[in-house]
Design a protein around this ligand. Sequence first.
Ligand SMILES: *[C@@H]1O[C@H](CO)[C@@H](O)[C@H](O)[C@H]1NC(C)=O
Ligand SMILES: *[C@@H]1O[C@H](CO)[C@@H](O)[C@H](O)[C@H]1NC(C)=O
Ligand SMILES: *[C@@H]1O[C@H](CO)[C@@H](O)[C@H](O)[C@H]1NC(C)=O
Ligand SMILES: *[C@@H]1O[C@H](CO)[C@@H](O)[C@H](O)[C@H]1NC(C)=O
Ligand SMILES: *[C@@H]1O[C@H](CO)[C@@H](O)[C@H](O)[C@H]1NC(C)=O
Ligand SMILES: *[C@@H]1O[C@H](CO)[C@@H](O)[C@H](O)[C@H]1NC(C)=O
Ligand SMILES: *[C@@H]1O[C@H](CO)[C@@H](O)[C@H](O)[C@H]1NC(C)=O
Ligand SMILES: *[C@@H]1O[C@H](CO)[C@@H](O)[C@H](O)[C@H]1NC(C)=O
Ligand SMILES: *[C@@H]1O[C@H](CO)[C@@H](O)[C@H](O)[C@H]1NC(C)=O
Ligand SMILES: *[C@@H]1O[C@H](CO)[C@@H](O)[C@H](O)[C@H]1NC(C)=O
Ligand SMILES: *[C@@H]1O[C@H](CO)[C@@H](O)[C@H](O)[C@H]1NC(C)=O
Ligand SMILES: *[C@@H]1O[C@H](CO)[C@@H](O)[C@H](O)[C@H]1NC(C)=O
Length: 419
Amino acid sequence: MEQVVWPMLLFFTCMMIISYAQDFLQNPDFLQNPDFEIPPFNITANSTTSQFILLTEANSIPGWSFNGTVSYVTSGANLSFPGSSGGHALQLGENGAIKQTFSRANTTNTANANETYEYVVSFNLIPQSEDCANNRTTVNVTLRENLFRNRSMAFSLRRNLTRNLWESHAFFLAKLGVNDSVDIQISSVKATNTKDGNNVTCWPVVDAFNVKTNPSWRRYMDNALANGNFEVGPGFMKNSSEGILLDKEQDRFGSALQDWDIYGIVKYIDSNNYKVPQGKAAIELLSGKSGVHKNLYIEPKYTYTLNFTMGDANNSCVGNFTVYVQVGNNTHNFTMTSNGTGSAFERFLTFKSQFRLLTTIPIGLYSFNETRTGTGVLCGPVIDNVIIRRDSDERNSDGRKIGSHGILILACLLIWACL
Ligand SMILES: *[C@@H]1O[C@H](CO)[C@@H](O)[C@H](O)[C@H]1NC(C)=O
Ligand SMILES: *[C@@H]1O[C@H](CO)[C@@H](O)[C@H](O)[C@H]1NC(C)=O
Ligand SMILES: *[C@@H]1O[C@H](CO)[C@@H](O)[C@H](O)[C@H]1NC(C)=O
Ligand SMILES: *[C@@H]1O[C@H](CO)[C@@H](O)[C@H](O)[C@H]1NC(C)=O
Ligand SMILES: *[C@@H]1O[C@H](CO)[C@@H](O)[C@H](O)[C@H]1NC(C)=O
Ligand SMILES: *[C@@H]1O[C@H](CO)[C@@H](O)[C@H](O)[C@H]1NC(C)=O
Ligand SMILES: *[C@@H]1O[C@H](CO)[C@@H](O)[C@H](O)[C@H]1NC(C)=O
Ligand SMILES: *[C@@H]1O[C@H](CO)[C@@H](O)[C@H](O)[C@H]1NC(C)=O
Ligand SMILES: *[C@@H]1O[C@H](CO)[C@@H](O)[C@H](O)[C@H]1NC(C)=O
Ligand SMILES: *[C@@H]1O[C@H](CO)[C@@H](O)[C@H](O)[C@H]1NC(C)=O
Ligand SMILES: *[C@@H]1O[C@H](CO)[C@@H](O)[C@H](O)[C@H]1NC(C)=O
Ligand SMILES: *[C@@H]1O[C@H](CO)[C@@H](O)[C@H](O)[C@H]1NC(C)=O
């Protein structure tokens, strides 16, 4: 009996911390001048009428350092984009790069000042013109946590992933303790589009760097899968009704969608703008090649049930959806017909561990079919609420012994998760 009560107490403690954590998920701006609404220092009355202002040493942008050709851009006729308040952005030209240091010490609304948190950044990537929209607008984000942790990733804009020309992307920034900081650098990647014999050089435009704080613990007791409801992810954009595109992150430092790896591109969608089956966020698997996966520990000889919700985002995505659920070496497919008005269906499958020891198996949910919304935007099935539970009624004769081991392992995981 004690074996049950002890983890249950820990479980409720964890749940209390988690519900507390939900309160500070929406943050004020942790970066200085994150949306470039504070203009360059020495802007003149003359230059305010120009859509592009070249930054110079004497006319740099508050909060950021820069190198190369960088211009301060005002949204207007030739180049329009959303502004989180006033429609200003930066264009990174030839060898153009901007940089800012994000210090944990600058953050204010953390539940526990001594806790380690995870930080995820969303931002807008904007093409300079329609000719530059399809894979010709790319930035390179480089993150330097300290001398030995340095990584970079490229983000490219693709046509027909959102209704707009511009897109919101996200990346995992870092897991930071009290005194940690990380340098964020965004550099231009040059691209050309040959059109009617003329070469158009495309330089990326960036805006609205939005940092979100996420708790770094995981829950294990009610669901063997952490973040199975996809609530822990990047922050949504204030002035956008589109979701956030999540790309595969190149290494194992962390994921913008906590505890999941991305396959292809998935869209992170919010309940304010889409039909989300449960909570405030879900994922939409986009056409062609899209999915999420992770490794899961399973205990020997138990039967497990995997439940999830599949539906459509209420974005006029009409068609037949197939979701492939991978469990270990097996793949199960689930189909539904969507009329694009926000349906949701519960689905489940059961599986049994065939291993004699605690083992990890891959778990994944994927979509490969191509479907488009009424306006030609790639779309697909919405996934939410993935729950995996061990079926405790199906213990076999020596299950009792294995079961207590299981509870001990869970208790250890919980203690670790709570600390
Ligand atoms: C400001 O604009 C006026 C008229 O366009 C021009 O005569 C003047 O030289 C400009 N001043 C600067 C500092 O660029
Ligand atoms: C503004 O411009 C003046 C004259 O070019 C220069 O002396 C000054 O340092 C500049 N201020 C900033 C904050 O860059
Ligand atoms: C600009 O270049 C200098 C020298 O290479 C480098 O130390 C600095 O980090 C660069 N800054 C940005 C914003 O790229
Ligand atoms: C962030 O912290 C650095 C040093 O720790 C400080 O120079 C900077 O002004 C801070 N920024 C804000 C917005 O508080
Ligand atoms: C954080 O740690 C310091 C030093 O260990 C301690 O003095 C402080 O009370 C702790 N703060 C919180 C909110 O736990
Ligand atoms: C986008 O462009 C890069 C190089 O410019 C290329 O490696 C990549 O395959 C392209 N992606 C797509 C989807 O066309
Ligand atoms: C991004 O930057 C890193 C570090 O400077 C570099 O190694 C990498 O080649 C760059 N990637 C692209 C696509 O420019
Ligand atoms: C466009 O670029 C290609 C390849 O770099 C080059 O061969 C061609 O001459 C360029 N065309 C023009 C009009 O500059
Ligand atoms: C999973 O689905 C089955 C069948 O609909 C249901 O009996 C079970 O209660 C569900 N489990 C969870 C955790 O929702
Ligand atoms: C979906 O599948 C059904 C039956 O297989 C078929 O009749 C229908 O045309 C399909 N709908 C679409 C939009 O492909
Ligand atoms: C998958 O198949 C391989 C080869 O048959 C086997 O070694 C492995 O244990 C299997 N993995 C799972 C999770 O069943
Ligand atoms: C992609 O979007 C553009 C602009 O809305 C549209 O003209 C084009 O037809 C779309 N492509 C597809 C394949 O639907």
